[in-house]
Design a protein around this ligand. Structure first.
Ligand code: SAH
Length: 213
C-alpha cells in the first residue's frame, strides 16, 4: 500500500470531523492529518481507514477509533521531547501519533504476535519509539520512570498502582477505567502523594489483561 493525495484528503476530512466532535488541540488534529492510518490496517480495510471507527488488528484486538485516540492525546497534553509511556502498542497508530508530536515514546504490548508485527512495521517505516517491549503494562516500565505522561489504550478494571507511581510530579495518566465500558479518567500528580482525578465521558475498549504468569 502507498500513501497518496487521496488518502491525505481523507485524513483532512477525518480531522475536520474530529474537530466538529470537540477536539480542539491543533497539534493533535495536525498529527491526525499526518499519520497514514490505512498503513496500520490490513489492506482489506483500506477504503474504510479514515472512518471514525475501530477495526480488528488480529489477536482479538482493535485499533482505537480516531476520536478516542485524539481525545486521549489531547488529555495527555504532549509537548516536544516529553517522555511518554504507552500501554497497549497494538497496531502502533497511537504510538505514531505521539511520535508525530515529537514525544519520546516508550510502549508495551502483551500479545506477542502484535508486538512482533508492529515492531517489523516500525522498522520498515522508520518510526522510532525509544523503547518497544513485549510485557505486562500493569507493571509499567519502572526502569525508565518517571514519565511526563502515561496513556493506557485498553480498558482497566482498576488503576494499576505501578503506573501512578511512575508519573513525574506534574505528570498526567490518561486511563479508561471500567469493565463493560470505561470512564476516561485523568490523574495529575500534584506531589509525591497527591493525585488530582478528573473523569470524562464513556468509551469502549478491549480489556487491559493481567499477565497469566
Ligand atoms: N494503541 C493501540 C490500541 C490497541 S487496543 C492502537 O493504536 O492500535 C489495546 C492493546 O492493549 C491491545 O493490543 C492489547 O493486546 C494490549 N494490552 C491489553 N492488556 C495489556 C497489558 N496488560 N499490557 C500491555 N498491553 C496490553
Amino acid at each position: 500500500m502507498r500513501d497518496t493525495l487521496k488518502h491525505k484528503g481523507m485524513r483532512n476530512k477525518l480531522a475536520n470531523l474530529l474537530e466538529a466532535k470537540g477536539i480542539q488541540d491543533q497539534n493533535v488534529l495536525g498529527a491526525i492529518r499526518q499519520v497514514p492510518r490505512h498503513l496500520f490496517l490490513d489492506s482489506s480495510f483500506e477504503a474504510h481507514a479514515y472512518q471514525d471507527k475501530a477495526f480488528p488488528i488480529g489477536a482479538d484486538q482493535t485499533i482505537s477509533q480516531p476520536y478516542t485516540v485524539a481525545f486521549q492525546t489531547e488529555l495527555l497534553k504532549v509537548s516536544p521531547n516529553d517522555k511518554i509511556l504507552e500501554i497497549g502498542t497494538g497496531s502502533g497508530y497511537q504510538t505514531s501519533v505521539l511520535l508525530t508530536l515529537k514525544a519520546r515514546v516508550y510502549t508495551i504490548e502483551r500479545q506477542l504476535e502484535l508486538f512482533k508485527t508492529t515492531k517489523r512495521f516500525f522498522d520498515r517505516m522508520g518510526f522510532r519509539p525509544k523503547k518497544q517491549i513485549f510485557g505486562d503494562g500493569y507493571k509499567g516500565m519502572p526502569e525508565e520512570a518517571p514519565f511526563k505522561g502515561i496513556i493506557v489504550t485498553a480498558g482497566a478494571p482498576e488503576v494499576p498502582k505501578a503506573l501512578l507511581s511512575q508519573l513525574a510530579i506534574g505528570g498526567r495518566l490518561v486511563i479508561p477505567v471500567g469493565i463493560e465500558d470505561q470512564i476516561m479518567t485523568l490523574f495529575v500528580r500534584k506531589s509525591e502523594k497527591e493525585f488530582e482525578k478528573t473523569t470524562y465521558g464513556n468509551f469502549r475498549f478491549v480489556p487491559l489483561l493481567e499477565d497469566k504468569n
